[in-house]
Ligand binder design. Structure first.
Ligand SMILES: C[S@@+](CC[C@H](N)C(=O)[O-])C[C@H]1O[C@@H](n2cnc3c(N)ncnc32)[C@H](O)[C@@H]1O
Ligand SMILES: [Zn+2]
Ligand SMILES: [Zn+2]
Length: 655
């Protein structure tokens, strides 16, 4: 900790979170939520290295989005990475084993050629001036009958459906929907009368405030009531086309509507039922029961077609794996769920802001993609993958040897570093990835120099739920239940008193078993809830760990608007622990400035520094001493960034 320049690290964190994909291109390989920064974790590794020159074994038992393993391999260390979630473990292994960029380019070229006919059939069109092009987005509106009078109604969320050019161009042209659901061209700054039914249409009007829709007969229905009375129908109402370097929004032609319904397509993959959960509740309430329900038929068929084609595009299995990853990644834009940003003219992934977002005006992407429009399409992802592969080579000095994902139930492997009797380094992988609960880890005792990790924050992000559609497309089984270290109030997981602490403690204990006697276990944590700190410190102490120091760094998650408990935290506490058995260390104390959050953290830090020797009853004493902290007093709702339309109707996609 004393080697760490907190000021300098904080400045680098700020730069990194502003543009993650540029700073750390490999993170675009697979979606994960609440990724950490290379700035903080790289600096920690450097600080530990200062006392321990040479190659280290770094382990991360909650590896998730893989930023910590990445920071370690960039510095030439060996990595043990484990995560409960199979999508995360598989993504991490693929990310670090990205193929040779040249071979990847060849694979992409092969796929591009083979997909041509299918893409043309699915999305081929002409722009209004006759230029050939592709449909890039297909808008559908939810239609359902009124529960009172039975009148079928198109349930547009707003009168202003979309601008026709990005807001910064300051042009007023827009598509408007009248209260009866007729779509027409108008202006965002003028009240219009509907060309079909003459009804007055105010571009500022919201039609489904708080998910309540009003019928012409006056009846007000909750959207979920309509969805459960008779399932929602999705009617194609608008398309975006791209061609000749331009894009245009237009009412769909008959041909485009036919292509969108894709009646002849026969998607075959079954993705499983949507289980009850904290985040999945909104899907089930609105009538989705299987994961494939989130996708229009054409999107499903196209994803399946691409997966088939990818298999024959290279003899290098790493290339095929990378192509598959890009195709599967595109499914985060689910055509019945992705929201349209009507000011910035782009769609959002279905799990933007760590939630499944239900909307009555979802947009279906062009799965393959064009170079003119479309976030998150396969083509865009492939371009990103090439960049990631090049970057990785440059920063790790060549192809990493990655083993796994192994299953956590597998036999223990040999240590990642070692020498034979002649002093030659043993032939071992650079990275070992394991899928399954870190209550059991596969390395021998005393073989790790640094455990650097990021445990789940109590009940903040439901990783398992959010990753399920991706996991289903990848054909991976859902993670074993019962060992997810995230509290889930919908399923009752770890809700029982002490169960979160017990699970964390058993993972910390197992992580500590792997540590060498002079090893360190380091992670950062932020939480406004004193109980969360109590549980954490209890877990650490009962795992046989002792505090070696702590310090404060600027929060890595400032742009994650949707994080609940940690929303208002701007600082993270970095905790440094060592095995109880190790020799005495001089504890590093954080330097804390003035301010409510600093004062709170100063109290927390005192207790953190006593881990290993916290006397019984410390919990009450701690809770009492923070009870008056200014930082914990209820405050005005902070501006979340979600409520100002032009500044970004969607939350910024994080990580
Ligand atoms: C806060 S995230 C880690 C994020 C990561 N540091 C990054 O930068 O992307 C916590 C991770 O713990 C994983 N997890 C939850 N319970 C676990 C368990 N019992 N064993 C291993 N991993 C678990 C979750 O799947 C999640 O990926
Ligand atoms: Zn009615
Ligand atoms: Zn009308």
């Amino acid at each position: 900790m004393r080697h760490l320049d907190a000021e300098e690290v904080s400045a680098r964190v700020r730069r990194e979170v502003r543009n993650r994909e540029v700073h750390l291109p490999p993170v675009s390989t697979y979606r994960w939520w609440a990724r950490r920064t290379e700035a903080v974790n790289g600096s920690i590794i450097d600080a530990v290295s200062a006392d321990k020159p040479g190659r280290m074994v770094v382990s991360d038992p909650f590896a998730g989005g893989g930023v910590i393993p990445l920071a370690a391999v960039m510095r030439g260390h060996s990595v043990y990475a484990q995560d409960l979630n199979p999508w995360a473990a598989a993504g991490l292994a693929s990310m670090l084993a990205l193929p040779d960029p040249e071979a990847l380019r060849d694979g992409i070229a092969a796929l591009t050629q083979r997909v041509l006919a299918s893409a043309q059939a699915a999305y081929g069109t002409v722009l209004s001036d006759g230029t050939p092009g592709f449909v890039t987005h297909t808008f559908r509106v939810a239609v359902a009958p009124c529960t009172h009078c039975g009148a079928r109604q198109r349930m547009f969320p707003h009168a202003l459906v979309t601008l026709t050019s990005r807001v910064e161009r300051k042009l007023p042209e827009a598509f408007l929907a009248c209260p009866n659901g007729h779509l027409f061209k108008g202006r965002r700054d003028q009240i219009a009368s509907c060309p079909t039914c003459d009804r007055v249409t105010d571009p500022d009007q919201v039609y489904t405030p708080r998910r309540v829709v009003t019928c012409q007969c006056g009846e007000q229905d909750r959207l979920e009531a309509r969805a459960s009375a008779s399932s929602l129908e999705w009617e194609v109402v608008l398309v975006e086309r791209a061609g000749g370097g331009r894009r245009e929004l237009a009412l769909p032609t008959a041909g485009e509507k036919t292509a969108a319904t894709a009646l002849q397509a026969q998607p075959r993959m079954s993705l499983g039922t949507i289980p009850a959960g904290q985040e999945t509740a909104v899907l089930r309430r609105h009538g989705f029961s299987r994961w494939e329900d989130l996708y229009p038929r054409r999107q499903r068929a196209m994803v399946e077609r691409l997966l088939e084609l990818a298999a024959g595009c290279s003899t290098d299995e790493k290339v095929v794996a990378a192509l598959r990853l890009a195709i599967i990644g595109s499914t985060e834009m689910a055509g019945h769920l992705s929201r349209w940003d009507r000011y910035y003219l782009k769609s959002y992934e279905s799990m933007a802001g760590h939630r499944f977002n239900f909307t009555t005006l979802p947009v279906e992407p062009n799965v393959w993609g064009t170079t003119t429009s479309g976030r998150g399409t396969t083509l865009r992802r492939l371009v990103q993958l090439v960049k990631a592969a090049e970057w990785l080579r440059k920063h790790t000095g060549g192809q990493l040897k990655v083993q796994g994902p192994l299953h956590a139930g597998a036999a223990t492997v040999s240590a990642l570093l070692g020498e034979d009797i002649d002093g030659r380094p043993l032939e071992r992988p650079d990275v070992l990835v394991v899928a399954g609960s870190s209550q059991r880890q596969l390395l021998p005792s005393g073989s790790v120099d640094l455990v650097l990790t990021d445990p789940p924050y109590h009940d903040d992000v439901q990783y398992a739920e959010l990753s399920q559609p991706l996991q289903a497309w990848a054909g991976l089984a859902a993670p074993e239940s019962g060992s997810d270290a995230v509290v889930n109030r919908a399923t009752g997981q770890l809700v029982a008193d002490g169960s979160y602490t017990a699970l964390l403690a058993s993972i910390f204990r197992e992580s500590a078993r792997l540590l060498r006697e002079d090893g360190h276990l380091i992670f950062s944590y932020a939480n406004r809830d004193p109980q969360a700190w109590v549980q954490l410190l209890e877990a650490l102490q009962s795992a046989g760990l002792r505090a070696a120091g702590c310090t404060v760094v600027h929060s890595e998650n400032e742009t994650d608007h949707a994080k609940r408990n940690v929303r208002a935290c701007t600082l993270d506490l970095l905790l440094d622990l060592v095995p109880v058995s190790s020799r005495e260390v001089v504890k590093h104390r954080p330097e804390l400035g003035a301010g409510a959050e600093q004062e709170f953290l100063a109290i927390v830090a005192n207790y953190v520094l006593s881990v290993g020797e916290l006397a019984s009853g410390w919990q009450l004493e701690f809770l009492d001493s923070v009870s008056n902290a200014e930082f914990l007093k209820p405050q005005k709702r902070r501006h979340s960034g979600l409520s100002t339309p032009p500044a970004g109707e969607g939350s910024a996609p994080a990580g």
